[in-house]
Every structure is written in C-alpha cells, then in structure tokens.
Design a protein around this ligand. Structure first.
Ligand code: NAD
Ligand code: IPM
Ligand code: MN
Length: 343
C-alpha cells in the first residue's frame, strides 16, 4: 500500500496526523510519502500542483490521503482550487462517495432518529457541473459587470456517475436509488440527467429508482432520512447536501469521503475544510479523517479494517470521548489516543 499524504492547510495536518497513527497501527507495512503542498508552499515559492507530482501519483501510488485546503492568507483560494479541484479533474476522480451514517443516535439533531434511520450514501459527480471554471467576467469592477459561470454536463460524465451509483447499490444489496436535480428550472443540462437516469435505471429493474428535485431532497433528508439508501446528484448539489448530511451524522467533524477513479489512483479526505477558526488549537475533531482511512482500506480491499475503525469510532462517541465542538473535552490527539486504544 503506497499512500501519498497531503496535509494541506489549517486543521488538515492536525487531523491527518491522527489518521496516520491509525494507518501505521493497523498496517505497519504501509508506505507513506509526504508531499509539501498547500498555502505555506504556495506563499513560499508559488507552487500549487505541478504536473510531475500528478504523474508520480498516477504511476507510483495506490491512494492519496488529504487533509484540507484553504487559507485566509490566500484570499483567491487559487492554490486550493489547483490542488483539490485539480486532483479531482486531472486524476479523473469522478466518483465523490460520501456516506451519511449516524453512529451515535444522541448526535443526531433530528428527533427520534436511530442509527438505522440515517444510513445512506451520496454519489456526487466530481469532475464537471458548475465546478469547471468555464465562464468569464466582462466589464469587471464596473457597474455594468457581467459574470457568467457555465454548468457543464456531458453524456459521458452523467452516465458514469449514475452507473457507478447503481453498480454500488446492486453490489451492496440496496433496493432504492434517488437522483436529484433541478430539471424543472434547468432545462438543458438537467434534462440530460433525467434522460440518462431513466436509461440506466431500466437496466436495474430490482432497484426502485426515484427522482426528487434537489430542493425537495434537502427537505426530505431532514423530514425522513430513512427513505434514502443511495443518492446520486451533480457536483454542486452533492457538495451542499453532504454538508447537510454531515450534520445528520452529528457534525462536519464526522463526515468522511472518497474521491474515486475506479481505474486509477483515488483520494480520501474528510468532507470538512481547513477550519481556520480553530486551526492550531489542537481541538479539531479527527474522526472524519480517521473514518476516511476506513474508506481507504475498503477501497484497497481490506473492508475488515474499515469495520474495526468504524466500531472503534462508534465506541468513542458512545463513551463521550470527543472534541469540544461535539460537547466534549478531549484534544485532537486524545481522541486519536482513544480510537487507537479501542483498536
Ligand atoms: P470548514 O469545514 O473548514 O469549517 C466550517 C465550520 O466547521 C467551522 O466552524 C469549523 O471550525 C468547523 N469544523 C470543520 N471541521 C472541523 C473539525 N474537524 N472539528 C471541529 N470543527 C470543525 O468550512 P469553511 O469555514 O467554509 O472553509 C474553510 C476553508 O476550507 C475555506 O478555504 C474552504 O474553501 C476550505 N474547504 C476545503 C475543503 C477541502 O479541502 N476538502 C472542504 C471544505 C472547505
Ligand atoms: C468539498 C469542498 C470543496 C468543494 C471546495 C473547497 C472547493 O467544499 O470538498 O466539499 O466544493 O468541492
Ligand atoms: Mn463541501
């Protein structure tokens, strides 16, 4: 197992350090290589994500383990766009797999919901949509300014994420799929989503395929999360509904993710960002980063290790071995200690 590590900015390094302790404990043979990328490097020498590094990741590594990117000293966020979105685009990490799984019922902000009620996965399209940067500004800075951001939806891109979601559902014995778009208002791109969804869904007669407009999806995730098993949606909507999903699990510090290319190197990271408001204080919740290690193991063919990690994290939550944003008293490192002790 060869892992490229990018700690990134803010709390990125703090949470990744705890994830690495888990990796080294469960698989001492693991081979980790650190890459110095992020705001410090960018401010030092202008480097964001060089082609040689991308090439190295493609040829020499099984997975990338990333903290977070984003730093108030780089207000344009240019380095983060290059590194994070650059990896997703250039490594063709077209599946952003984001599980929404409640591990401790006391953490759910909804009334009377148990762990079984909040347990689904979101397949977020990760290489197109509104994220490509296609567009432009005209008469910038004047009162006549025009700013255009174009949403790109390709037949290939839409089909492969929908197909990946159905394949996953089929493989995991799920009986329900939900695709969310805004085809009532966005009649070109999202009409493509509707048509392709129907074509692929017809190949899976055993899976009940539903459709919701994304505004209703947001409502339904709160009203009745138990109705969902697998959700597939576009890049921006997937970003938004997975932060909503994060809080259903108890908090953004518990949400893990995989950016997956089934035919190449893949990248695992917590859903949260660099949290500049708490960076350097040693109080960031490392559990999202630790659960992302679990996802990485399953991806590498070691699902039993993900089960162990999830069980250890659940036990810590149930025992209130948690960081301050969840109401606990432990530091980032002490939560790492607690997970390790349980493993
Ligand atoms: P954020 O996720 O960094 O923080 C949102 C809130 O959640 C903050 O109050 C923060 O303190 C809290 N939080 C986040 N992670 C936490 C953790 N592990 N433990 C405890 N509390 C936690 O989102 P933001 O403030 O919108 O973004 C900050 C920067 O991070 C921005 O530059 C943004 O672009 C970037 N970002 C990067 C990624 C990524 O690298 N994948 C993801 C999201 C945001
Ligand atoms: C995420 C983040 C990123 C996204 C930002 C930092 C560009 O919010 O990974 O969820 O929108 O994809
Ligand atoms: Mn996000």
């Amino acid at each position: 197992m060869k892992v490229a590590v990018v700690e990134g900015d803010g709390i990125g390094g703090e949470v990744i350090e705890q994830g690495i302790r888990i990796l080294e404990h469960l698989t001492p043979e693991i081979n980790l290589t650190h890459f110095d990328l992020g705001a410090d490097r960018y401010l030092r020498d202008g480097t964001t994500l060089p082609d040689q590094i991308l090439e190295k990741w493609r040829s020499d590594f099984d997975v990338i383990y990333l903290g977070a990117l984003g730093d108030p000293r780089v207000p344009t966020n240019v380095h983060a766009k290059d590194i994070l979105l650059g990896s997703r685009f250039k490594l063709d990490l077209y599946i952003n797999l984001r599980p929404i799984r409640l591990l401790d019922p006391r953490r759910c902000p909804l009334k009377n919901k148990d762990c079984d009620d909040v347990n689904f996965v979101v397949f977020r399209e990760n290489t197109e949509g509104l994220y490509t940067g296609i567009g432009g500004q005209f008469k910038r800075g004047t009162k006549d300014e025009v700013a255009i951001e174009q949403e790109m939806n390709t037949r290939k891109g839409v089909e492969r994420i929908i197909r990946a979601a159905f394949e996953y559902a089929d493989r995991h014995g799920h009986s329900k799929m939900c695709m969310a778009d805004k085809s009532n208002a966005m009649r070109h791109g999202h009409d493509l989503w509707r048509r392709v969804y129907k074509i692929v869904a017809d190949e899976y007669p055993n899976i009940e395929s539903n459709h919701l407009y994304v505004d209703v999806l947001a409502m339904e995730m709160v009203r009745c999360p138990e109705r969902f098993e697998v959700i597939v949606t576009n890049n921006l909507f997937g970003d938004i509904v997975t932060d909503l999903g994060a809080i259903l699990q108890g908090g953004i510090g518990l949400a893990s993710s995989g950016n997956i290319n089934p035919n190449g190197v893949s990248l695992f990271e917590p859903v949260h960002g660099s949290a500049p408001d708490i960076a350097g204080k040693g109080i960031a919740n490392p559990l999202a980063a630790i659960l992302s290690v679990g996802m990485m193991y399953t991806h590498l063919g070691r699902p039993e290790l993900e089960k162990q990690i999830t069980a250890a994290v659940r036990a810590c939550l149930l025992a209130d071995q948690i960081t301050p944003e969840l109401g606990g008293k432990l530091t980032t490192k002490q939560v790492g200690d607690a997970v390790l002790a349980r493993l």
